[in-house]
Ligand binder design. Structure first.
Ligand SMILES: [Ca+2]
Ligand SMILES: [Ca+2]
Ligand SMILES: [Ca+2]
Ligand SMILES: [Ca+2]
Length: 309
């Protein structure tokens, strides 16, 4: 009898220990900018509304520059969204797959933007981008920028009228946030490989013999949320937090402030954006019934131990 109780209680203890470990693992979620595209590293592929990864046609960018060409197939996601801590600070992350990177990073003159739609209409409300167009500094810049001008986000529905309210070149309007980019601190620049890409087995989706490139970057979640909830973007009462849903689009450009190269999920530059299925920043943790199922699954083992005892 004593043995039964002790065996049973140790199983209960193991389960609580397991639950505790799962909870602490969720709290300690880190975002790995150079790591593989796994949930354990904070990454989730961007999914289409109809299911499956968001894909993008090959050879559909405006000028055919490899570094502006978004590539993605049903087996290999074109883009990922990330959430987790970097150096103890909560970040959101962005990863896009391109036909190829420039031979040297300093030759790259390109911008990639993730467009957020928070209110379910057809317009982008906020952009978060990685820009290497600035000719003066020849350095990457990470930017959180309002969409469109004069607070009129309703116009930001497609490549032809999209704009980002930001400037590095002496214009009067500044972005909401801008950060100097530091390699391996807030961005990485990698060729696709088995080490960083676990979804799909091809590392040259366009088949041109050019290893695909991965641009990955992250910005502070607190800064991002403050931007969303600002008067100029969604309004101070909007209440965006890490559990709020949004949809995404991804675009590339070789000029500042506009979209003129490739748009995710569409062939070329069409009149409207296409958005992902809904995403929340926080990675969903197992629901209570999942933990219950785990308990039900483990119960026979506990029972067996009791019988043996
Ligand atoms: Ca493309
Ligand atoms: Ca919108
Ligand atoms: Ca390629
Ligand atoms: Ca496209």
């Amino acid at each position: 009898m004593v043995q039964r109780l002790s065996s049973g209680s140790s199983s209960v203890l193991s389960l609580s220990l397991l639950a505790g470990l799962l909870a602490s693992a969720a709290q300690a979620q880190t975002l790995s900018l150079g790591g593989a595209d796994t949930v354990a590293n904070g990454w989730r592929p961007i999914m289409a509304t109809g299911g499956g990864y968001m894909t993008d046609p090959l050879n559909d960018s405006q000028t055919g520059q490899a570094v502006c060409e978004i590539v993605g197939t049903t087996a290999s996601p074109a883009a990922y969204f990330g959430y987790g801590t970097i150096g103890g600070v909560q970040n959101i992350g962005f990863r896009v797959r391109l036909e190829a990177l420039a031979g040297t990073e300093s030759n790259l003159k390109q911008a990639t933007w993730f467009g957020f739609n928070f209110d379910g209409d057809s317009s982008v409300d906020l952009w978060v981008g990685m820009d290497h167009i600035s000719q003066q500094s020849n350095q990457w810049q990470l930017v959180i920028a309002n969409a469109a001008n004069q607070n009129d986000n309703t116009q930001n529905i497609g490549p032809s009228n999209a704009s980002m309210v930001y400037s590095t070149g002496g214009q009067s309007t500044l972005p909401i946030n801008a950060y100097a980019a530091t390699l391996n601190t807030n961005y990485t620049y990698m060729n696709a490989s088995a080490t960083n890409t676990t979804l799909g087995t091809s590392y040259d989706l366009d088949g041109k013999g050019t290893t695909d490139g991965l641009l990955t970057w992250a910005v502070s979640f607190a800064d991002f949320a403050a931007a969303v909830n600002s008067a100029a973007v969604m309004g101070t009462g909007f209440g965006f937090n890490s559990n709020s849903a949004f949809t995404l689009t991804v675009v590339t450009s070789n000029t500042q402030n506009t979209v003129n190269q490739d748009t995710l999920g569409l062939s070329g530059l069409t009149s409207s954006f296409i958005y992902s299925s809904p995403i929340t920043s926080a990675i969903p943790v197992p629901e209570p019934h999942t933990a219950l199922s785990l308990g039900v699954l483990l119960a026979p083992f506990a029972l067996r131990r009791r019988r043996r005892a």
